[in-house]
Design a protein around this ligand. Structure first.
Ligand SMILES: O=C(CO)[C@@H](O)[C@H](O)COP(=O)(O)O
Ligand SMILES: [Fe+2]
Length: 217
């Protein structure tokens, strides 16, 4: 069973409750929350207080993508805000092991995210300790960018490693995913698909239904 995790970066925050309800009613079970600090990435988005507000309007699983330096500093704040899973960037953690352990100790699931230019061989050391690996298919920082095909090779590599070391691993892909290229990422090994613009541009319900059809085929 594959999962759709719509990126709320593209949601209309003026009507967050109504929009969250549309997603819930369309059968969405995960919300992807992109946290950006203006340092690890150029953009600034939102942090724990906003996540806490969204938590009040939905029971969805909160898949929190932390594009921030040294996320270990904020783990308790995100736990308090209602995050279910924290995904930290390999490139943003001085001590990845310590960060993974701290997320688990705070009672959340944990993921590791990898930028497009970062190789994935080192994952061998962590793959059986985490719930999810997130392969970025754009350079992190902004929604609405074009999918980078390098992600397909990386997904295949992670999938092969997961089959050997952690068959339950969630493999998420994030950036530039549309109804037209989603089959390619599923075939390459992804089982969690993030989509921002392709969900929120135009008719949300119809977009979600089109994704669901491919994800559940
Ligand atoms: O993490 C990021 C961007 O850094 C993503 O989650 C995007 O926000 C997804 O948006 P689209 O590329 O689907 O528009
Ligand atoms: Fe993201």
């Amino acid at each position: 069973m594959n999962i759709l995790s719509p990126s709320l970066l593209s949601i209309d925050f003026n009507h967050i409750e109504r929009n969250a309800k549309v997603l819930d009613e369309a059968g969405v079970k995960w919300f992807h929350l992109d946290v950006m600090d203006g340092t690890f990435v150029r953009n600034i988005s939102f942090g724990p207080p906003v996540i806490k507000c969204i938590r009040k309007v939905t029971d969805s699983f909160f898949d929190v993508h932390l594009m921030i330096n040294e996320p270990i500093r904020y783990i308790d704040a995100f736990a308090d805000a209602g995050a279910d899973m924290l995904t930290v960037h390999y490139e943003a953690c001085k001590d990845l092991q310590e960060t993974i352990d701290a997320v688990k100790a705070a009672g959340m699931k944990v993921g590791i995210a990898v930028n497009p230019e970062t190789p994935v061989h080192w994952l061998e050391y962590y793959i059986n300790q985490v719930d999810m690996v997130l392969i970025m298919s754009v350079n992190p920082g902004f929604g609405g960018q074009k999918f980078m095909p390098i992600a397909l090779t990386k997904l295949q590599e992670v999938k092969a490693l997961a089959e050997e070391r952690n068959p339950e691993l969630l493999i998420e892909v994030d950036g530039g995913i549309t109804v037209d290229n989603v089959q390619d990422v599923l075939d390459a090994g992804a089982n969690v698909v993030v989509a921002g613009s392709a969900v929120f541009k135009g008719d949300k319900k119809a977009n979600i239904a089109a994704f669901m059809e491919k994800l559940n085929a």
